[in-house]
Ligand binder design. Structure first.
Ligand code: PMP
Length: 359
């Protein structure tokens, strides 16, 4: 039996996609083989990768001057690939610190260049993002990095920072494909696949062409955007199964009305859950209202001793993986694209019932 899976990543995938994978797993398109067993350089698989890229370009309206790369090493690999490709040892680069994932990106970038932390939300205990008007790129910054959605803190930017000519770099791991976005505002977008794209092992990079070809000496070829772009992400064997599932996921997103349709569903799911939390007088979400994530919603109960029973009883009711991140405790519901409204409604009903019994 399928449960509603609220995990932060690897996360739930659409049942339709999983059923298609199952149906063609052992005999893919009449080949007598699975897609995992065919050459990445053969025509049938190249067609899969090309279609996945074409569908992604259509979904996100990616302009022609941007390259789409299907890489490995996760978003964490990009924490170091980005400074190595875009900056030199004496370059100044800007980073915004809004929580755990931006901190990791900053720590890694410090190994490669000079990092200016242009805003740090420590004062609100990372329950806010900076005001749009307060955020500026430093003079001479080589790029400006931010994390549009903090997966652990549940804090999300409601705007795209205005940084003039400085290339804007965004870690969209936990928010990509959740609503329309104007790609032309960005120099580089990256995202680990395991939340809103497909299985882990694949990392998506969308990079403006003029930012490729600047990698510093000594960067391994598989981390060099220009080298990877030249070989259409097949400098070495790509994560073929991940690309195949991502392609099915993109087609599923198109059937949901594309990102405009998905964005409306996303907004409604998040609003349902926040309303239930705010009106309960029992559950609490610590994030400032205008910075609340549409994707990851942390919440607490008045007595921490109720956390374990909450998570265990929810699991029994078919609502899986609601424990908060180990670093913050409490609970967290991740409601990425593949989580239906019905899953959120079932969670709200459970929360109301739990409150009646324990409140
Ligand atoms: N950035 C964000 C915002 C994330 O949520 C995660 C993973 N949870 C990462 C980076 C790290 O991704 P990966 O595990 O693919 O390296």
């Amino acid at each position: 039996m399928r449960v509603f899976n609220f995990a932060a990543g690897p996360a739930t995938l659409p049942l339709e996609v999983l059923e298609q994978v199952r149906d063609e797993l052992t005999d893919w398109h009449g080949s007598g083989m699975s897609v995992m067993e065919v050459s990445h350089r053969g025509k049938p698989f190249v067609a899969v990768a090309d279609q996945a890229e074409a569908d992604l370009r259509e979904l996100m309206a990616i302009p022609s001057g941007y390259r789409v790369l299907f890489l490995q090493g996760g978003a964490s690999g990009q924490f170091s690939a980005i400074p190595q490709n875009l900056a030199h040892a004496d370059s100044q680069v800007d980073y915004v610190n809004t929580g755990n994932w931006s901190k990791k990106a900053i720590e890694e970038a410090r190994r490669y260049c000079k990092v200016n932390v242009v805003a740090d939300e420590a004062a609100s205990n990372y329950s806010t993002v900076p005001q749009a008007s307060a955020l500026r790129a430093s003079a001479g910054a080589t790029y400006f990095h931010y994390t549009p959605n903090e997966t652990i803190g549940g804090v999300e930017f409601g705007y795209v920072p205005e940084v003039g000519q400085v290339p804007l770099v965004a870690d969209m791991s936990s928010t990509i494909l959740s609503r329309p976005v104007d790609i032309s505002r960005f120099g580089l977008i990256y995202a680990g696949a395991q939340k809103n794209i497909g299985p882990s092992g694949l990392c998506l990079v969308i990079v403006r062409e003029d930012l490729t070809g600047k990698a510093r000496d000594g960067v391994p070829s598989i981390w060099d955007y220009a080298a990877m772009a030249k070989e259409r992400s097949m400098l070495n064997t790509p994560p073929t199964f991940g690309i195949y599932v991502a392609g099915l996921f993109f087609q599923w997103l198109k059937r949901q009305g594309g990102l405009a349709g998905i964005g409306e569903r996303t907004r409604r799911k998040a609003a349902t859950l926040y309303r239930a939390i705010d009106e309960s007088g029992f559950y609490r979400n610590p994030v400032a209202h205008d910075c609340r994530s549409w994707m990851n919603i942390p919440f607490t109960v008045p007595n921490p001793e109720l956390e374990k029973p909450f998570v265990a009883e929810a699991a029994k009711a078919g609502l899986a993986n609601l424990e908060g991140h180990r670093s913050v405790g409490g609970m967290r519901a991740s409601i990425y694209n593949a989580m239906p409204q019905a899953g959120v409604d079932a969670l709200v009903t459970f929360m109301q019932d739990f409150q009646r019994r324990h409140g």
